[in-house]
Design a protein around this ligand. Sequence first.
Ligand code: HRG
Ligand code: AKG
Ligand code: FE2
Length: 347
Amino acid sequence: MPDITAFDRSAVGTMSADKLPIVDIGAYLSGTATAKDRKASSDAIDKACREYGFFYVTGHGIDPEYLESLLKLGHEFFEQPEEVKDSIHIFKSMDGVRGYQKIGENVTYGKRDQQEALDIYPEPEHPTKDQLNGSQLWPSEADMPGFKATMLEYTEKMTKVGQAFMRAMADALGHEDTFAELQKDNYWVLRVIGYPPLPESFDAEQGVSCGAHTDYGCLTFLLADDFPGSLQVESKDGSWIAADPIPGAFVVNIGDIVDALTSHGYKSTYHRVIHRGTRYRVSIPFFFEPPRDWLVEPLRGLVPEGHTGVPPFKYFDHLKSMIYRHFVGADQQLPDKPNANELTQRG
Ligand SMILES: N=C(N)NCCCC[C@H](N)C(=O)O
Ligand SMILES: O=C(O)CCC(=O)C(=O)O
Ligand SMILES: [Fe+2]
């Protein structure tokens, strides 16, 4: 069980003046970079993954205007009439999780998040009612022309950036074979989130914009409207660092899978959203994931002496167990995170 009482994650808490590091992935995407360029890049990535698990990424090669247009599409989606959004509500999807969720229907550690959202997953070859195997619900072409094509195109572009990141990590950590497996048939999750501002005086005990959590996959690439202070990252001393957007950069964080693989060497860090003010905020996290049927095993040589590492688990089981506890009405006991504390308990 994760120790979520170690810090007071529900209260607003102390903010830190610390800033997240900036790393450049360009050397892993360009055909002309030298081995020296790649070394500089992978060293910086290694340091950022160990110290923060959260950083800014430049050199990804994705056009800033295109990214702006995606955020605009996100706004347009949430501005649709309630009936349009309801027509693709998750409760209407085959597997209960692909589509729209209203404000308060998302739950993090038992508290309702003050956000609405659209969850998008890869379309299975043969959709069924099995968990995470349904058909994706999309806004109709009449309501939102081009929305589906644009979002799917974005997942393709981001999968390539995620794979470049895996190459940088392989260079930093060794284990080329494992990292080669993490660069093909990658699963992904795309979430479009809308946050109305919290009321002037809100009770954190009743839930914030998004409660503190870690992400479940390999890497999260976040695209978000520029609202300083809204996204906050937990630092080692328990204070919160503002992960304010930087133009042209993604905010990137390590997820549970890379955390487990590296025996917590690369950290999946708790983060949360407390969005205040007067304007509506949209964010679009792209979750870069392992292949669907991947078995996660701690990498040899990275398990601290005297420990056994996180016991092997199936990535997709982890994803399903996390996803199906997210929504109102679901079983709301605290999820068992494979990355939390297990290492020291089993050592
Ligand atoms: N697919 C992902 N990672 N979605 C983001 C999760 C936000 C926290 C979630 N309600 C929780 O309870 O963990
Ligand atoms: O909206 C944000 O800035 C972050 C959202 C997030 O952490 C998530 O959905 O996993
Ligand atoms: Fe997150």
